[in-house]
Design a protein around this ligand. Structure first.
Ligand SMILES: Cc1cc2nc3c(=O)[nH]c(=O)nc-3n(C[C@H](O)[C@H](O)[C@H](O)COP(=O)(O)OP(=O)(O)OC[C@H]3O[C@@H](n4cnc5c(N)ncnc54)[C@H](O)[C@@H]3O)c2cc1C
Length: 229
């Protein structure tokens, strides 16, 4: 059981929640927790949430985007208050992770809230002083929906945005979904043998992974995490 320490608005539909977890063993960038909610009548719902924070601290940061018709995310975004108890299990997952001892180029590709574990990787990269070249491609509905924009801008990691529904003033193109051509133009070339971390809604992740293989990147260099949808 953890105690909600603080919450912070990230976007109109997104909120970060920092939970104090005494005895937390720490986490590697990319891992997640399972959050279990229990209603007064005993009904339970469990959902996975990536950990935005990284390292040994007992304060664990989650970042949740609200699906208006969802069961769990509206509660986490609209209702949870500091002092509330949250049941968390984790850290979970040992495959979709980046560790500072990995020195090769890393290409992060996010769809929507799929950016959360990738933010953790950027934080780990910064905290460790890693020299590994990092680059991010971030597909998001509108400029207002970007999670952690300022932090990403200050991280030194090149972030390429694809806006699917509305673009900032002066943006060179109109809104539109990521295409294979745009993907090819926004990632490290095959010759640099990047390691890929692709995360977001299932359809987005599957399209990106398929295109990457078609573009000549070896399948075993592409790690994916599907958020559902
Ligand atoms: C390993 C892992 C890590 C995750 N990390 C995060 C995270 O850091 N932040 C975060 O906001 N979410 C994350 N998710 C998604 C999260 O677990 C829930 O699926 C999401 O919050 C919706 O839950 P809900 O109960 O509100 O909606 P539900 O009641 O479960 O679903 C409502 C409807 O929305 C659809 N749906 C579910 N997920 C998505 C989606 N991502 N996009 C579009 N439609 C969807 C469902 O198919 C359903 O039709 C993660 C999922 C996994 C598997």
């Amino acid at each position: 059981m953890g105690t909600v320490e603080s919450t912070s608005t990230l976007t109109p539909s997104g909120r970060s929640i920092t939970v104090s977890l005494p005895g937390w063993p720490g986490n590697i960038a990319g891992q997640h927790v399972d959050v279990r909610l229990t209603a007064p009548d005993g009904y339970q719902a469990v959902r996975s949430y990536s950990i935005a924070s990284v390292g040994p601290a007992e304060l664990v940061e989650l970042a949740v985007d609200k699906l208006p018709t969802g069961e769990v995310s509206p509660y986490l975004v609209d209702d949870v208050q500091p002092g509330d108890m949250l049941e968390l299990r984790g850290p979970l997952g040992g495959w979709f992770v980046w560790k500072p001892e990995q020195t090769g180029p890393v290409q992060l590709i996010a769809g929507g809230s799929g950016v959360v574990p990738l933010v953790s990787m950027v934080r780990s990269h910064t905290a460790s002083g890693s020299d590994a070249p990092f680059r991010m491609l971030y597909s998001v509905r509108t400029p207002d929906d970007v999670f952690y924009r300022e932090e990403l801008a200050g991280s030194g990691v090149q972030v390429d945005y694809v806006y699917t529904r509305a673009v900032p003033a002066g943006w060179p193109t109109g809104p539109g979904r990521l295409t294979k051509d745009r993907l090819a133009a926004s990632v490290f070339p095959v010759s640099e043998t990047p390691a890929f971390f692709v995360c977001g809604p299932t359809a987005f992740v599957e399209a990106v992974a398929t295109w990457l293989v078609e573009l000549g990147y070896p399948a075993e260099t592409i790690k994916t995490e599907r958020f559902g949808g």
